[in-house]
Design a protein around this ligand. Structure first.
Ligand SMILES: Cc1cc(CN)n(C)n1
Length: 330
């Protein structure tokens, strides 16, 4: 089997939301597909009313196929300090036209303020490796790990786009979505992430600078978070750019000419158009803008988020024992 689902951007492409169906009859929720985590959790009938501000909720009591996973619970904190926790049900979950029966659906009983404020986001759909799933005492598998057995190929692809809808495909690599060859690089999944090595970078028309650093492909992170020195090199080429400690990163005049940024990934060159690096204005006048490339604050690896991913067609290949990432232009 294979299937496809929409990746719908929220304002400034801060995140991409995908409709999925849970339960019988189907309850549709819009969730954030996140290759940087491995829990499928949703706002639910068990989320306190004062923590819900417009989100759709999953109500297991209205699903004939829901079963409570007795004694199971979960709790998660993300890189941006947002967090949630709750209880666990098993139910049918459909993405595109692919249904997994008995998927662990984690119903939130607490959500942090960032999630409450995020009115259109009904939950997270983890697509990192199942080793990161937080359900205890018995860890659960991701939807993709359940689905992979039925898929024509154990792969899924991300075709995110700048300020417009893209797609996530499962079980198929759709040739109409990319140009040229797909260049594959090995993944080190030992930390549960889609982690890979980068070989260097270039800013604008400058020569390519070899640099060895690793990063994770993270569809749930908005920006491209790179080593501080790389980021400093980039903004040296942007007149008026400076670090705004109140905003927490590099800002520049919104009318600044932003150079393209090229990331070396194995044999591939991922070219991020300068306009993707103009993330969003920080003031109502639209005078000062926040950069889409920021420092990874030396967390030990870079986080290749949506600002970079939307510049490529990315294959998340989970072939047993040999996970890989494929990169293609489009
Ligand atoms: C909710 C959420 C997901 C992610 C990326 N894994 N972040 C940084 N925040």
């Amino acid at each position: 089997s294979s299937g496809s689902a929409q990746a719908n951007p929220e304002q400034h492409d801060i995140q991409y939301l995908t409709p999925i169906q849970i339960g019988t009859p189907p309850q549709t929720v819009n969730v954030d597909f996140d290759s940087g985590s491995s829990d499928l959790w949703v706002f639910s009938s068990e989320t306190p009313a004062d923590s819900i501000k417009g989100q759709a909720v999953y109500d297991p009591k209205k699903s004939k196929t829901a079963e409570e996973v007795k004694g199971a619970s979960w709790e998660i904190t993300y890189g941006d300090k947002s967090s949630s926790s709750g209880v666990v049900y098993r139910d049918a979950v459909t993405v595109g036209n692919i249904t997994v029966k008995g998927q662990a659906v984690e119903a939130a009983t607490t959500v942090s303020a960032q999630f409450t404020r995020d009115a259109n986001n009904d939950g997270l759909f983890g697509l990192a490796f199942s080793a990161l799933n937080t359900v205890h005492p018995k860890q659960e598998l991701t939807w993709f790990d359940h689905a992979a057995k039925e898929l024509d190929h154990p792969v899924w692809t991300a075709d995110l786009k700048y300020h417009k809808a893209g797609t996530y495909d499962f079980g198929v690599i759709n040739k109409s979505k990319y140009a040229g060859k797909i260049s594959y690089i090995d993944v080190d999944s030992s930390n549960g992430f889609w982690m890979f090595n980068m070989s260097g970078y270039s800013v604008g028309n400058s020569t390519f600078k070899p640099a060895q650093f690793q990063g994770i492909a993270d569809t749930g992170t908005t920006l491209a978070l790179l080593p501080a020195q790389v980021v400093k090199d980039y903004y040296k080429a942007v007149s008026g750019a400076k670090i705004d400690y109140f905003q927490g990163g590099y800002v520049f005049p919104c009318n600044a000419k932003l150079p393209n940024f090229v990331l070396g990934v194995g044999q591939a060159k991922v070219s991020i158009p300068g306009k993707y690096v103009n993330y969003a204005p920080i003031d109502v006048a639209g005078k000062t803008c926040f950069g889409g490339i920021q420092s990874d604050d030396d967390v030990g690896f870079s986080i290749i988020g949506d600002v970079a991913l939307k510049a490529a067609f990315v294959v998340f290949d989970a072939t047993a024992g040999k996970p890989r990432l494929g990169w293609a232009s489009k």
